[in-house]
Design a protein around this ligand. Structure first.
Ligand code: F6P
Length: 319
């Protein structure tokens, strides 16, 4: 292994820059030559490969987004896309690539691996829906962004004695909703993985109303319900003023938390070690505080389930 490529792909996540920095600095430390691939798999096909020196990753550990840019590449899904990508990697003398992204990015990684390029995945997605790792890069920052929003919404919800329905991201998973809902003290949390009972939600809201609660917060993961329809139904059934807030892409930006910077630095540095050892088709993850390596193929054949303990506890504490 002489030259290592690094790319970010899919939705950006706070902490991606810390991961790029760790790949670059760890590679240079071991006498390797790191190369950056811009705009994910799209940039790889377009041959957007740049040299990354020590200074190129200075002053980025605290920045959200990704200095390499990112994309969701439709071209890479065509039969020719991966062939062009591999040709570009070979011409640049790149033997292995660290792919920082989510499950879609890892599917792309496997395509490169099938054509002889060594690949290691580093899980980065605010959704935290990647199996075999307790956390993916960006999740902690996103949850903290949601908490900050809930705190602010709570002030106005109390002043006006309103019900607020807050939609959070998560793609097809409810991890952001669950963690932010529990930490934000939500009355109800709706996630795509579990059906919800509107009568039960309304009964809880009425109980709160009866004992003088000034506001109620419902956290709804995208994909769990249409928040506007839900808002109308709740307004009609409770006769309480109801408002809907969709937090959207603010959840993807901002400076990464210390936890995301640590996670990104540790996992990405380990990914360089995996490639140095000549290993491939792996994903680096963190389980119970330990950095571990998993088969990429197995990651793509499993689904991360929502944490039952959090679901139960959130329901108990919002009694
Ligand atoms: O995967 C991250 C994510 O932010 C999801 O939570 C969301 O469903 C999706 O990306 C939004 O994608 P886009 O930025 O392409 O609209």
């Amino acid at each position: 292994m002489r030259r290592i490529g690094v790319l970010t792909s899919g939705g950006d996540a706070p902490g991606m820059n810390a991961a790029i920095r760790a790949v670059v600095r760890k590679s240079i430390y071991h006498g390797l030559e790191p190369k950056g691939i811009r705009r994910g798999f799209s940039g790889l096909i377009a041959n957007e490969i740049i040299s990354l020196g020590l200074g190129s990753v200075a002053d980025i550990i605290h920045r959200g987004g990704t200095i390499l840019r990112t994309a969701r590449s439709a071209e890479f899904m065509t039969p020719e896309g991966p062939l062009i990508a591999v040709e570009n990697l070979q011409n640049a003398g790149i033997d292995g690539v660290v792919i920082i992204g989510g499950d879609g990015s890892f599917r792309g990684a496997l395509k490169l691996a099938e054509l002889g390029i060594k690949v290691v995945g580093v899980p980065a997605s605010i959704d935290n829906d990647i199996p075999c790792t307790d956390y993916s890069i960006g999740f902690d920052t996103a949850v903290n962004t949601v908490i900050d929003a809930i705190n602010k919404i709570r002030d106005t919800a109390t002043s006006h004695e309103r019900i607020f329905i807050i939609e959070v991201m998560g793609h097809r998973s409810g991890h952001i909703a669950l963690d932010a809902g529990l930490a934000g003290g939500a009355e109800s949390i709706l996630i795509p993985e579990l059906p919800y009972d509107l009568e039960e939600i309304v009964a809880k809201l009425r109980r709160g109303q009866a004992r003088g609660k000034l506001h109620s917060i419902l956290v709804v993961a995208e994909g769990a319900a249409n928040v506007f329809e839900l808002g109308n139904q709740i307004r009609e059934m409770t006769e309480m003023e109801t408002r809907v807030t969709i937090l959207g892409h603010i959840q993807r930006g901002g400076p990464p938390t210390a936890m995301d910077r640590l996670l990104a630095s540790r996992m990405a540095a380990h990914a360089v070690d995996v490639l140095r050892q000549g290993d491939t088709r792996k994903m680096v993850g963190m389980k119970a505080g330990q950095i571990e390596t998993w088969d990429l193929d197995s990651i793509l054949h499993s689904r991360k389930q929502p944490d039952r303990d959090i679901i139960d506890l959130a329901s108990i504490l919002a009694i």
